[in-house]
Structure formats: C-alpha cells, structure tokens
Design a protein around this ligand. Structure first.
Ligand code: UGA
Length: 439
C-alpha cells in the first residue's frame, strides 16, 4: 500500500520505518526540517536501540522517504496521524498539532483515502475530526499505539494487540487496515474492531492502568517504609498470582516519560470536562503518589547525610528509563533539581541522556560526567535513578574505593543490596529496610 505518516517523532518515525520494512511505500512528513534531514540521512533524531541500522536498511529499499512538503502525501491511500499531544497548562491534552496536521493534509488527500489517528487524544477527538474530514471524501479510523520506548521496533512489528476504532458499519476502513497490518495479523497478533470512542479510550485506559499499577506498589513501599517491611519481596509474592502479575510492580522513584504522566492528567481533565470526573478522581492520587516518590529519594538522603547543603551527590541515570535518551518528565532529573535546590553539589551520568538533559534543562547546575567512576569520585552518596545495565553491573568494591562515604540510595531497587552491603556500603532502597553499616 501507499502510506503517509504525518508527524515523525518517536511514534511516527518508528511507524514509518516499520511499515516500509513490510513492503509498503511510505512517505513521512514533518514540519521540522532538521528532523526530516536527519531521517533522510538514515539517522534517527533520538536514541532507540537498533533504529539507526533499521532505518538505513529500509531506506536502501527506496520504499521510505521523508519530506517537509505535505503535498507529497497525495498518492497515499492511508494517512497515519502521529503528531504529539503535549500537556497544556491545565493538564488537558493540547490538540493544536493534531488539528494543524489534519488542516494541512486535507487539501492533498484523495476521496476514499483513510486518515488513521495514532496520536493519544481525548475521547471524542476522532468524531470531531471525522466531521471536518468528511467533505474531502476521506474517512477516519483510530488505531492507538502501545509501543514502549526501548522496544519500539518490536512493539510496532509484533504488538500485543491491534485496535481499530472505526465509524459505524465502516467495513472499508477495516479492510484497508487489515491490508496495512497483514504481516502482524498473519503472525496471529489479535485484532479488535471497536467504535472510535472506545479505541481512543483503550489507549488512555491502558496507560492509566499501568500508572496505577506502579503507584500501587509505590504506595505499598510507603507503608513498608514505616514498618521496615520489604516491598520487593511483597511484589514478588503478590506477583505470583497470575491475576496480579509481577510486571510493572517495580517500586522506586516512580514513572516518568513523555506518555504516562501526561496521559494520566489528560484523562483526568477530559473526564471532568465530560462530567465523569468522579470516575477518574482516584487517578489524581496515582499522580500524587508518583510525585511523592521523587521527594522520598531526597528525604532519604537528608536522613542519612543530615544537611544536603554542600553534600556531594553522585547520580547514576538521568533518562526516564533505561535504553532511552528521553528526559521528558524524568523522575531522575526532578530529584536532581531538588538536590541542587537544597544546595548539594550534583555529579551525574547516563549512557545516553546527558546531551538531551543539557538541552532540555540548561538551567540545572549539574556536573555531568562521562563515566560512572568519574561521577562517583569523592561522593558523599551515590544515588541510582535509572537502572541501566551498566549501573547494575558496577563492582561495589571498586566503587567503594572511589567515594568519600559509602552510602548508596537505590532509587530503583535494582542493585543487590546484600552484595553492596558486604562490600562495605550502607544501602537504602525505597520501601526496604536499610542494610549495611549504620549511620
Ligand atoms: C508507556 C507504555 O508502557 C506504552 O505501552 C505506551 O505505548 C507508551 O507509554 C505511550 O503512551 O506512548 P513508555 O513511556 O515507553 O511506554 O515507558 P514504560 O516502559 O511504560 O515506563 C514508564 C515509566 O514507568 C518509566 O519511568 C519506568 O521507569 C517506570 N516504571 C515502569 C516503574 O517505575 N516501575 C515499573 O514497574 C515499571
């Protein structure tokens, strides 16, 4: 098929490459000339494992091009809309990029073509867009995306499920989407067809559920902290119940990134707008629990060190999660900000996210270092905030020799506390009792 992908950010760029890899002819369009130039040169504008290689390989087939010129979408039968829906000042989703993308595309689409929304939007957006689009003879479907950063290629090619939201009786859209996703469907990926509103809700409900699961275990961590119980053992035990499941029960500094926090707030705002605010009011608590974990890391450090003013704190991990250079709403950066505000001298490192952190937060007075070793030198405390494998693999004895004081705060409960304690470290996890030498 001939496909256009409008918006070549994380979602759009990966989708465009994946679709072209399956044999479709794909034109990716973005208003950002720099992004288009990078993608055209076979380089992703962000770090995603394997994406540069995949991009180069697919570009060589001639089936994938990128442009800033919206007129290029003209031959496409299917137009995926994959632009961002950032958080506005009120917490609601800002739809200006979705509206602008559709407005810019409309003069170039042919009758019978299909707009497919992939952006995460407030329920009701697709219905509104359908009214604007229908005079062109094009149709609208909603096909939410569930990819995770760090696993984006695999999640796009072999998702857990594919959801099509379509208008009443719109068999043609289903047929066209089946042609787009023929490969995944042939491999048994489940496909669900719903109305437009349900498809929009599936996406926000999935992210709200994941956020709730993380905040649930972090709430248990808060309780565990008051009685010196162990939240990791608790998660292992309840996770054995197949109805609960162990995944997304890792207590720590909480969730961040460009999706979970903003989608949660947008869902709350939209429900309130629709008069169903009571139904989602618990999500405010999910958000509050999450914010409290960031402060908890700072409090643990203050408990251990007394005064943070002048303390040298080494931060391992800046990205919102491993295998990513994304620092949007990163819990690690928020902790860093609070430490700096408390007067600490912060050194920090991350395998991928230093450049993006500098770009996004030039105001933060952080001493970024290239290696964990350089970061930890002469530190009064080491804080793990993103569980990169490089940090999991650190040798606690070698690290012990570098620091001024062997205090480890494991903000992801990712390191083996006993092994670190045996090497002479005092270890504080989140939702776990302290181990190792006393204060
Ligand atoms: C999330 C969803 O998992 C995807 O399904 C969805 O498509 C995507 O948002 C989106 O809406 O675009 P992502 O933001 O890549 O994906 O990250 P996750 O893997 O969900 O992690 C989110 C945050 O939760 C990270 O900060 C992570 O460290 C944290 N987390 C995750 C925990 O604190 N504990 C856990 O047990 C799991």
């Amino acid at each position: 098929m001939i496909i256009s992908v409008i918006g070549c950010g994380y979602l759009g760029a990966v989708h465009a490459v994946a679709m072209a890899s399956l044999g479709h002819q794909v034109i990716g369009v973005d208003v950002d000339g720099e992004k288009v130039a990078r993608l055209s040169a076979g380089r992703a504008p962000f770090f995603e494992p394997g994406l540069d290689e995949f991009l180069t390989q697919v570009m060589a087939t001639g089936r994938l091009t990128f442009s800033t010129d919206m007129a290029q979408i003209h031959p496409a039968e299917v137009h995926f809309v994959a632009v961002g829906t950032p958080q506005s000042a009120t917490g609601a989703a800002d739809l200006q990029y979705v509206d602008a993308a559709v407005d810019a595309a409309l003069p170039h689409v042919v009758a019978g073509s299909l707009f497919v929304g992939k952006s995460t939007v407030p329920v009701g957006t697709a219905d509104r867009l359908a009214t604007a689009i229908s005079p062109s003879g094009a149709r609208v479907a909603w096909n939410p995306e569930f990819l995770r950063e760090g696993h984006a290629i695999q999640d796009t090619l072999r998702p857990d499920r594919i959801v099509y939201g379509v208008g009443t009786g719109d068999e043609e859209s289903v047929r066209m989407l089946d042609a787009v996703y023929a490969d995944a469907l042939a491999h048994g990926v489940p496909r669900m067809v719903t109305d437009l509103r349900t498809a929009e809700l599936v996406k926000v409900a999935a992210n709200a559920f994941l956020a709730t699961k993380i905040s649930f275990i972090n709430a248990m961590a808060e309780v565990a902290e008051t009685v010196d119980a162990d939240v990791v053992a608790l998660a292992d035990a309840i996770g054995q119940d197949a109805r609960i499941g162990r995944r997304f029960l890792d207590a720590g500094v909480g969730f961040g990134g460009g999706c979970l926090p903003k989608d949660l707030r947008a869902f709350i705002a939209r429900s309130e707008e629709l008069g169903s605010g009571e139904a989602t009011s618990f999500l405010r608590e999910v958000d509050r629990i999450n914010s409290r974990r960031r402060q908890r890391v700072v409090d643990v450090l203050a408990e251990e060190l007394g005064d943070l003013n002048g303390a040298r704190i080494a931060v391992l991990g800046i990205a919102f999660k491993p295998e990513s250079d994304d620092v949007r709403d990163s819990p690690a950066l928020e902790v860093v900000r609070r430490l700096v505000e408390a007067g600490a001298h912060v050194t920090a490192t991350d395998p991928r996210a230093i450049a993006s952190a500098r770009r996004a937060h030039p105001e933060l007075t952080v001493d970024y270092r290239e290696s964990a070793e350089e970061t930890m030198r002469d530190a009064d405390a080491v804080v793990l905030l993103t569980e990169w494998v490089q940090f999991r693999d650190l040798d606690p004895r070698a690290a012990r020799a570098l620091v001024r004081r062997a205090l480890l705060v494991d903000g992801r409960n990712a390191l083996d506390a006993t092994v670190w304690a045996d090497a002479g470290w005092r270890v504080r996890g989140l939702g776990r009792a302290a181990v190792g030498p006393g204060r």
